[in-house]
Design a protein around this ligand. Structure first.
Ligand code: GAP
Length: 462
């Protein structure tokens, strides 16, 4: 069957039409780079979180989840280096007053220039020597580059005093690091062990977002493995590979995933690699794996005065552990899955359908319960709906023709439709239609729960 994937503008419209994602603060004209997840979007997000929990916490030995606060003691951000080093190089066009990231200006001007490897001075020289134009007005007359910190600051308490400045976390990782000793103590965890966390992070991004790809508030699923120095390189490679396996299990195909090793490293990293997915707008990072060495824990030891050392029982040495971080951007994975699974299919007779071919375990709603004729079959259908809804997310739909109801269900990815008709009332049989093949099977109502449980199974490694 012929099918095509969606372009960005179509996907944005689809998300709004079906209740996946709405513009943030829409009735007030929105707020740039903010988006609200609707009923189906938040369901899908939760299913992705559940899958991540399964692969990273449940089936892994010595893996523990925490849920730390977004607001932390501000010294955390001094220790982590974010106050000093977590910034973008920005400059303003003197002519039209728009603000740009210097590295993006250069990379967009000449993709072979590789601004990621340049110092601030080298970027400035490049822009001046090549007369790089402003993308908005075409002139090449910029201010000097200034470093602009990406953390959102806010004030605690009633006085506007810098002593009261606190920050919205720009990454979840620090919440895991400051709880490293607590987790080790309470879980009696020995190296290597891991701490994972799902939660919001905030960055004052000025560059346009490609929908939910780059936003100022987003969710990360971060995973930190605390290990002995010397075992770090092997674990780093292992988690790069584990990331690919995780994405393939979600349904992202291998040929649209690639590694991107970093040349320019973040202030905390010894090695860093992204996994990128091929979006319609190009390759984009959906995961980052970093060898953070013992940088973070050593700094927390210095700034807090608390020892972060671990006693090696074999050598009797006390050392600060290394950390291998593998971090996953939930909103970006969500976007990749929609681009991958959403299709317009050509059917017979110039007809088309929109179908969201998510794996059944990720689908926001699992079963569509449909009375064939409202007047005759609604009561029985509602009874089945009520029973099934105790086990899984189910939808009841009685309005419009059965064909239209199938299509509505296909468009939001419901893997199974159960139709209730005279045969149900008279003989206890129901018709089950499968979303992707559109084939139908008649089964006994008493077998329905088992039939669904056999097919809507948790994800597993391919
Ligand atoms: N703790 C390390 C860390 O935060 P990162 O590569 O800066 O590393 C991790 O971010 C992941 O968070 C990225 O791989 C990406 O998927 C997601 N992410 C980062 N910035 C984002 C943004 N502005 N909007 C949406 N997702 C973002």
């Amino acid at each position: 069957m012929k099918s095509r994937t969606f372009e960005m503008d179509e996907l944005v419209r689809y998300c709004n039409q079906y209740g996946f994602i709405f513009q943030g603060s829409e009735i007030y004209g929105g707020l740039a780079n903010t988006w609200d997840y609707g009923p189906l979007g938040s369901r899908l997000k939760n299913q992705i979180k559940d899958a991540w929990r399964y692969f990273f916490i449940q089936i892994r030995d010595n893996s523990y989840e925490v849920d730390s606060d977004i607001l932390m003691n501000p010294t955390v951000w001094e220790a982590s280096g974010h106050l000093e080093g977590f910034s973008d190089p920005l400059l303003d066009c003197k002519s039209c007053k728009t603000r740009h990231r210097a590295d993006n200006l250069i990379n967009d001007f000449d993709s072979s220039a590789n601004a990621d490897g340049m110092t601030q001075q080298e970027m400035m020289d490049y822009i001046r020597n090549h007369q790089v134009p402003c993308p908005k007005c075409g002139k090449s007359d910029f201010t000097d580059i200034r470093q602009f910190n990406l953390m959102f600051a806010t004030q605690r308490g009633v006085t506007k005093d810098t002593a009261n400045t606190i920050y919205l976390r720009p990454e979840n990782a620090q919440g895991e690091y400051v709880n490293y000793l607590n987790v080790a103590r309470t879980m009696r965890a020995k190296l290597p062990f891991s701490i994972g966390q799902i939660g919001k992070a905030f960055r004052n991004e000025i560059t346009p977002g490609n929908f939910t790809f780059r936003t100022i508030e987003f969710e990360q699923m971060e995973f930190q493995t605390f290990c002995k120095e010397g075992t770090d390189a092997e674990l780093y490679d292992y988690y790069k590979g584990y990331g690919i396996r995780f994405f393939e299990s979600l349904g992202l195909p291998k040929e649209k995933l690639r590694f991107h090793d970093h040349e320019k490293l973040a202030h905390y990293a010894k090695a860093a690699c992204d996994i990128e997915y091929l979006f319609p707008f190009g390759w984009g990072e959906i995961n980052g794996t970093h060898n953070r060495t013992n940088f973070d824990l050593t700094r927390h030891q210095q700034y807090s005065g608390t020892s972060m050392e671990n006693l090696d029982e074999e050598t009797k040495e006390r050392k600060v552990p290394y950390i291998i971080e593998s971090t996953y951007g939930l909103d970006r994975i969500f976007l990749a899955l929609l681009f991958e699974c959403l299709r317009e299919e050509e059917l017979e007779g110039e007809d088309t359908r929109t179908v969201l071919q998510l794996p059944a375990s990720l689908a926001p709603i699992k079963v569509n319960v449909l009375p064939l004729i409202k007047k005759r079959h609604a009561e029985k259908a509602k009874d089945i709906y009520k029973k099934l809804s105790r086990q899984m997310m189910v939808q009841y739909d009685e309005s419009g023709s059965i064909g239209k109801r199938y299509r509505r269900g296909d468009a939001i990815g419901i893997p199974y439709a159960v139709t209730i008709d005279d045969n149900t009332i008279e003989n206890g049989m129901v018709t089950v239609r499968e979303r992707d093949s559109m084939t139908q099977e008649t089964i006994r109502l008493g077998d329905l729960a088992h039939f669904l449980a056999e097919r809507i199974t948790p994800l597993s490694f391919q």
